[in-house]
Design a protein around this ligand. Sequence first.
Ligand SMILES: [Zn+2]
Length: 133
Amino acid sequence: MNDSAGTPQSETTVLQSAMRGLACKCPRCGQGKLYAGFLTLAPACDRCGLDYAFIDTGDGPAIFIIMLAGAIVVGCALVVEVKYQPPFWLHAALWLPLILATTLLPLRAMKSLLIALQFHHKAAPGRLVDRAK
Ligand SMILES: [Zn+2]
């Protein structure tokens, strides 16, 4: 099952690209750092020199994180409320740290995963093709 056949970097599978993304490494070489800050991208790979100017994840990482974190936190809050009916201050004490943990911790990895998949599939904005030739 090689769905990347025909691409210039055909040695790289989708799984390898995804693992590079989850490790927050360069999508081409898998060695260089992707980030210069928490979510700030480096201008280029410090190992292979890949220019990161092509990267455009938009709101994608935030949307995935919002959906996952919302399901986890709301599900936990509903279970605790139905089973124990704790006071509201306990809900705040329980769910505020969980909200921070489920949103901030996976955000870097999710963003770099989407960057790696964008690089692997050569995803880019659509362009008009000149068919007059
Ligand atoms: Zn690199």
